[in-house]
Write a protein that binds this ligand. Structure first.
Ligand code: ADP
Ligand code: MG
Length: 498
């Protein structure tokens, strides 16, 4: 079975990224069955199956096939490049764990994109991508510290920027225009605009990470002498704790102070981590005073972040704080067209319009729905039809789009989860279980809607805003210790697509 093979490096230079994939050389190779590879991958698949839903497994993992097992590298085939990017983006942590458990800690996975001639009219091509790349972006307690044990680390360190996140493939619309303009200004003159720090906030899946990394990638490409570093508040915290444990706080501090452009994603997770905040405060000051650029992202406006020190919050607002809103219909349509074109597909107008009209809350979901459609067309030989789009959207519509989520939706869901009536939830009863359910409802309303504490109180039987604040704080405390509350919040958040 002859296949076309195209080698493609996931971390090429940024200039190379912009070249269309088709410019790479195409050779022909034989794909042979390797029983050992098949056996090992089967064990991995079992573990993966146990950890993700059936539907997800069927869509993303069932079509994979083990090709080779050689020198600690397991090569698996996937049906498209988008496919492996999706797998990497969504199942990176799980795959790392599974691969290291089944194949050993040194093992790596490599994807080979194999388009079967018999199944698709697409150009026949195969692309090898290094997966579970080394060093991985640390996500767990064993975070790799770029500044420890490597004397040359100051010169050679991973930026943790994903080269896929660039301005060129970030679709602009009214919902993100201001954020993009600010991001471009900062990219062109890091540290030299009024936008320092630049803080971009907005709901999940709206492109914050993409945009702040695009700034980093742009700067790396255009100012090779500037040291750019991307991290998130969780990783910063883990590294800091590790540094304390290993007596490396000085190295930690020196590393961060040597950065010219520091990008910190998801600063909301600094909440409640006082010591880390204190260290970040000093890092921030040192960088700011020497004219270095700081870029932050958050899921809400900094002034609304609870559990973060006032002096840090005020600094976050020194520069420019700008939001990204959910994309409007035209932008959603443009995103679908661009993403499918990048994948070498043409999505018919009715399908594109149907997806754009029905999936509105996040670009991530929109992308997910589009990929499901493309996967079904290329893997199951399905026709690109409105019916297919409807089927796919059905899987998404169990979640209520965040924009249209009302306090009544939340109250009803909480009442039904805890098996109380709405009246009980809104009423005066001080029974512990009902008080808890009421606090959960207030907390979720605060998290998921734009309502002020005052109006939430008013919607819960005319309670004072301090009662709402107290409820939110209580739930935040319970979330650290109480399994019942953790489960309830997790279940209800999922129900609302959070
Ligand atoms: P957030 O960090 O806000 O949760 P991400 O930046 O991770 O969101 O975006 C989720 C996905 O949607 C990513 O794959 C990203 O590339 C894509 N995306 C978001 N906004 C846009 C956009 N305006 N144009 C193109 N892709 C986008
Ligand atoms: Mg993000």
């Amino acid at each position: 079975m002859g296949k076309a093979l195209e080698t493609f490096n996931l971390f090429p230079s940024l200039a190379e990224i912009k070249k269309p994939i088709k410019k790479h050389t195409i050779d022909t190779v034989e794909l042979t069955d390797d029983p050992k590879a098949i056996e090992l991958w089967d064990v991995c698949l079992q573990l993966i199956k146990d950890n993700i839903g059936d539907q997800m497994f069927k869509t993303w993992f069932a079509p994979t096939k083990a090709l080779r097992w050689q020198e600690d590298v397991l090569v698996i085939s996937v049906p498209s490049q988008f496919f492996c990017e999706w797998i990497e983006e969504h199942y990176f942590t799980l795959l790392r764990k599974v691969v290291s458990q089944v194949l050993g800690s040194k093992a790596r996975l490599q994807y080979q994109v194999v388009v079967d001639k018999g199944k698709s009219s697409l150009e026949d091509r195969a692309i090898t991508l290094p997966a579970l790349r080394n060093p991985p972006a640390p996500t767990s307690g064993q975070a790799a510290l770029p500044f420890i044990n490597t004397p040359q680390a100051v010169q050679h360190y991973p930026t943790y920027l994903n080269p896929r996140y660039i301005f060129d493939n970030f679709i602009r619309g009214d919902s993100n225009q201001l954020a993009v303009s600010a991001a471009l200004a900062v990219s062109d003159s890091p540290g030299k605009t009024k936008f320092n720090p630049l803080c971009i906030y907005g709901g999940t899946g709206l492109g914050k990470t993409h945009l702040i990394q695009a700034i980093g990638n742009h700067i790396v490409q255009n100012n090779r002498n500037l040291r750019v570093f991307y991290t998130n508040s969780e990783r910063f915290t883990i590294e800091y704790v590790n540094a304390i444990q290993n007596n490396k706080v000085n190295e930690f501090t020196n590393f961060y102070r040597s950065i010219d452009v520091l990008i910190v994603d998801d600063i909301q997770f600094f909440s409640g981590k006082e010591k880390t905040q204190d260290n970040f405060f000093h890092t921030f000051n040192a960088l700011y005073q020497s004219g270095k650029q700081i870029i932050l992202s958050s899921d809400k406006p900094p002034k609304e972040l609870r559990g973060v020190d006032e002096r840090l919050l005020s600094r976050f607002q020194w520069g420019l704080t700008v939001d990204i809103q959910p994309p409007d219909y035209e932008t959603r349509l443009a995103i679908i067209q661009r993403k499918s074109a990048d994948e070498g597909f043409e999505v018919s107008a009715p399908v594109a319009e149907y997806l754009a009209r029905n999936i509105g809350s996040s670009v991530r979901e929109l992308e997910g729905a589009l990929i499901s459609v493309l996967a079904k067309v290329s893997l199951d030989n399905r026709e690109m039809s409105l019916q297919l789009a409807q089927e796919v959207v059905k899987g998404y519509s169990q979640t209520i789009p965040q924009q249209s989520l009302t306090i009544d939706d939340i109250k009803k869901a909480v009442a039904s989860y805890f098996k109380f009536t709405l009246e009980a939830l809104e009423g005066k009863t001080r029974k512990h279980e009902i008080v808890l359910a009421r606090q959960v409802a207030m907390y979720l309303t605060k998290q998921m809607t734009q309502l002020s504490l005052k109006s939430i109180g008013a919607n819960f039987g005319g309670r004072d805003h301090t009662t709402v604040l107290h409820s939110c704080e209580m739930i935040e405390n319970y979330l650290k210790t109480d399994k019942t509350v953790q489960t309830a919040i997790e279940h209800l958040s999922k129900r609302f697509g959070y």
